[in-house]
Design a protein around this ligand. Sequence first.
Ligand code: GUN
Length: 295
Amino acid sequence: MAKILSGRECAATMREEIRVQVEELKNKHNLTPGLAVVLVGDDPASVSYVKGKEKACEKAGIMSREYKFDADYKEDALLKLIDELNHDNKIHGILVQLPLPKHFNEEKVLFAIDPEKDVDGFHPVNLGKMMIGEPRFLPATPHGIQQLLIRNDIEIAGKHVVIVGRSNIVGKPLAMILVQKKPGANATVSMCHTGTKNMPDMTRQADILVVAAGRPHTVKASMVKDGVVVVDVGVNRIEDKTKKKGFRLIGDVEFDEVSAKASAITPVPGGVGPMTITMLLHNTLQAAKNHAGIP
Ligand code: GUN
């Protein structure tokens, strides 16, 4: 049976490390890291993520300020708010929850955030810095995946990492992080996407398979080799009348059959999700330190 890579446990350890550092920052430097979280619309997954982020900030001693708007909020108003937050001394990190409603130009919004406060690492300047191996802030989900592997003693260097999904939030930045000639990276990286001709051929070559397709049942047992390490980034709500909420969460991977072949696998929920929020806390702490010139 595969080892379960518990993001919940790993995140708990890291969040305690962050909490201690936040406390130290307050005691020694009278500085409280501050995060602004902006949510437009009422997409249930986004609402749930934002709630999780706020709760995690509170526990870590990070000040978080929420800005919630209806889906018809105007782009100009959002750009004005971002400009105010860019100049707000109490705010060290700004997060605009994605996806934004369709009438927003996401690129324009992300570009408006001061790169020094871009704790998502989505600003083109920060993406460029990541690509050349001099990151300011690494995007939270791929960074969380890397940390989860490292902290479970899974060797990455020299391994063939196959990533399914080429989103700007997960697939592409993860490839950039794991390909760097650095500790905890130096992998051979392949990416699969909807244009890939024979995906099972690719996924069967993976030593480490990361699935971020956003579609349940994407990876089945026949698509992996024995001993593979599987990271399932998918979070899909499926109806389940036996649950209080009326749904349960499943990943992109057929967990039962794939875990019978894998050497290690992340669960959903409790795998990558808690790591994402943890790395956001990490970046917000880092942003506050950078702001004060503290190494
Ligand atoms: N939507 C899904 N993941 C993320 C994330 O890491 N950051 C933001 N801002 N939006 C997201």
